[in-house]
Design a protein around this ligand. Structure first.
Ligand code: CAA
Length: 379
């Protein structure tokens, strides 16, 4: 077992770290306050090749490995989880599925601009009455011969308004349950496709979360991903990688808050010494550091399995389950270490605490991760 990064992986991490400091940090508080999508920053991340990191250069990507993806997600998420979720969704839930299951024509038309960062993608599975229970899709895609007629509503869609390309899961034959679901590529602007208001969220407020409405949208047959009825398995395999991204986001939120807490504890004086000299603070920092390191190892293990072409479903769910809980615990403690300053916006930790919560919810709640893990354990 090697616990060393390659030169290339370290350079990629450094590039992400610098980008986060110079491009994401200025304005992050204001974007959170005003729910402003980090459009300019995402454009620059695209130019750096971070929106199609793991896509092969043949299709406009950077050809990097999943380990590098974990490193980049951690660094960006230390500063701005609203930006890093765009990186995660575009890479894992959109580009990955298009590259793995798309036809050559779909890759040329849709994957290339997404991997180059010229366009943004969205993954549309959740519905008002189908979140965790993803097989119960109410959105329908009726087979009309040369096209599907798409009707229904999708909820909580990340990049809902900023995306141009949407992968939409819809039920074609309800009698077949999950085997009747199709994954369709839908373009913004297709007649009958409308976008609802932006959600006013507790955390990741800069990210662009919307409901989507489809009314008799004609989606050409050639926009179906994979065989007829493959949509549910498409979504599940795609989410396996997505969970590495969100686990790494949670890791980044935790390590961002921890770094702020370490720095603050060395500066803040109380009882004639810095609070870092107090054992109460030292023990908190020790627990935070240990949990973060364990979360990091789980993320890297899942990524390593993916890079090796080995099964990683259980590992990615373990990473997400654990890292998202660590993100909650660590950010709460980071606020505590900051005292009253932790409760105001200028000090960043309160935002990280709010941002942490979503990592226990999206791309499968912690309860869903336990289902995935326990099924593997009991196999
Ligand atoms: N890979 C391949 N196939 C898989 C699979 C996987 N990881 N997981 C399940 N399947 C297959 C099963 O083998 C089964 O196939 P067969 O019928 O051929 O045997 C089929 O899919 C149905 O599987 P289950 O019986 O396990 O289905 P289920 O109804 O019990 O649900 C579940 C399983 C794990 C709970 C699933 O519904 C799930 O993951 N739910 C959570 C959905 C989710 O994560 N939503 C997040 C939305 S996306 C998001 O948040 C993105 C964003 O914007 C940030």
């Amino acid at each position: 077992m090697y616990f060393e990064f390659t030169e290339e992986q370290m350079m990629i991490r450094q590039a992400a770290r610098e980008f986060a400091q110079t491009e994401l940090k200025p304005g992050v508080i204001e974007r959170d306050e005003h729910q402003k999508f980090p459009g300019e920053q995402i454009k620059k991340l695209g130019e750096l090749g971070f929106l199609g990191m793991m896509v092969s250069p043949e299709y406009g990507g950077s050809g990097m490995d999943a380990i590098s993806y974990v490193l980049v997600m951690e660094e960006l998420s230390k500063i701005d989880a609203s930006a890093s979720v765009v990186v995660s969704v575009n890479n894992s839930l959109v580009c990955f599925g298009l590259e793995k299951y798309g036809t050559e024509a779909q890759k040329q038309k849709y994957l290339l601009p997404l991997a180059k960062g010229e366009k943004i993608g969205a993954f549309c599975l959740s519905e008002p009455e189908a979140g965790s229970d993803a097989t119960s899709q109410k959105t329908t895609a009726v087979d009309m011969g040369d096209h599907y007629l798409l009707n229904g509503v999708k909820n909580w869609i990340t990049n809902g308004n900023s995306a141009s390309t949407y992968i939409v899961m819809a039920q074609t034959d309800a009698s077949k349950r999950h085997n009747g679901i199709n994954a369709l590529i839908v373009e913004k602007g297709m007649p009958g496709f409308t976008i609802g208001a932006k959600e006013n969220k507790m955390g990741i407020r800069g990210s662009d979360t919307h409901s989507l409405m489809f009314t008799d949208v004609k989606v050409p047959k050639e926009n179906r991903l994979g065989d007829e009825g493959f949509g549910f398995k498409f979504a599940m395999t795609t989410l396996e990688g997505g969970r590495i991204g969100i686990a790494s986001q949670a890791l980044g939120i935790a390590s961002g808050a921890y770094e702020l807490a370490v720095q603050y504890s060395k500066e803040r004086k109380a009882f004639g010494k810095t609070i870092a000299d107090l054992q109460a603070t030292q023990f908190k920092l020790a627990d935070m550091a240990t949990e973060i390191e364990a979360a990091r190892l789980l993320c890297l293990k899942a990524a390593w399995l993916k890079d090796k072409g080995l099964p990683y479903s259980q590992a990615s769910s373990m990473a997400k389950l654990y890292a998202s809980d660590v993100a909650m615990r660590v950010t709460v403690e980071a606020v505590q270490i900051h005292g009253g300053y932790g409760f105001v916006k200028d000090f960043h930790v309160e935002r990280l605490m709010r941002d942490a919560k979503i990592t226990q919810i999206y791309e499968g709640t912690s309860e869903i991760q336990r289902i995935v893990i326990s099924r593997e354990v009991l196999k």
